[in-house]
Design a protein around this ligand. Sequence first.
Ligand SMILES: Nc1ncnc2c1ncn2[C@@H]1O[C@H](COP(=O)(O)OP(=O)(O)OP(=O)(O)O)[C@@H](O)[C@H]1O
Ligand SMILES: [Mg+2]
Length: 407
Amino acid sequence: MSRDNQIIVGLDIGTSKIACIVAEIAADGRVDIVGIGKHVSKGLRRGVVVNIESTVESIRRAIEEAELMADVEIKKVYVGIAGSHIRGYNSHGVVATKNGEVTEEDVARVVEAAKAMNIPADQQILHVLPQGYIIDRQDGIREPVGMSGVRLETRVHVVTGAVSSAQNIIKCCNRCNLDVADMVLEQIASSESVLSQDEKDIGVLLVDIGGGTTDLAVFIDGAIRHTAVIPVGGDHMTNDLVAGLRTSAREADLLKKEYGSCMASLISPEETVEVPRVGGRPPQSMPRQVMAQLLEPRMQELFELVREELERSGYKELVAAGVVLTGGSSLLEGTQELADEVFELPVRLGNPQGIGGLVDVVNSPIYATGVGLIQYGHRYRSEQQYGGHKKKSDTSVFSRFRQWFGG
Ligand SMILES: Nc1ncnc2c1ncn2[C@@H]1O[C@H](COP(=O)(O)OP(=O)(O)OP(=O)(O)O)[C@@H](O)[C@H]1O
Ligand SMILES: [Mg+2]
């Protein structure tokens, strides 16, 4: 296919939806969105594939729709990975340079040394993200190649995930005749699309509130310092409505999106909502404030868990640019106001940025991961193309895949 080289596809296999986003890379490097396909996701629980058949079916539908819209045949995708099995560690490596000057090979060796840590047998490395280099005790070096020195150190953030979860994602893609170009931690993908470089430099916490999980990433001085997954998301809020309003999950989700709020104090007691009920009973009118009182404690609890995680990470005082909320559940009315109260930091909502083409179609926090996968893929391809040293230090996806399959 003639357009093959300039097409990058992001496949976000979420707990609520599967989104396939197609972008064309212009000659000047601009990322233009040219197609999107979306389908409800039924085969995942809390970010992890638990039913291959239904996941494959949903991926197929999303891919077909995206292919039709973009008028391309999709063969290769950048895919996201998430779930409670994900672990993030900070590690440290030291080597002696070979010739008194740092080479790309020294950088690859020092990152390899930082990776040497005890990882449980059922976990596999997904990312090794250098945070900076130290040459002969001189700290804060971002581009070490070519500098003089004998002792090269690095600090890295290592992300690992369950081998079986990664294998299941690859299996689902392969069953849809798709090759996996790379597998990316979902909040790392989202951070590509919603965070600015300034925010990452100043210090920021990204909170991607999805359906099944809430994914966190902390950036300080331009590098990722901490990642975590909290197994609470919008589906729990929907379930709270199901229990409280005695309506179906489908109706509860619709009501939540249309009339829900997690700040009961901002809603007038006079406002009412018609709630459809199960078993053929007539709909019931109920104050909107009551619905908000059902949703608020869950969002409050979630933000408190996020705050505790941030405090535990030790970076609370360093996220001067504040908190960026994204993911579908960040659309719930009152989310930003509640986050303002809990975090006592600047809070904003993050939509995908830095793209052209069909911008309006993906202009929602729901597509932060899908668009971010493309931007991650674009960066990765550019680095490879221009022979940058960064990719060498990150284990190649192909060798990682071989490890996963024991080959
Ligand atoms: N306007 C809205 N108001 C409130 N909630 C919303 C709105 N739109 C979507 N949601 C909720 O967002 C959630 C889905 O978000 P998203 O698409 O980011 O999840 P996902 O990526 O599929 O899941 P995960 O990342 O957890 O695997 C659902 O719980 C849905 O009800
Ligand atoms: Mg998601």
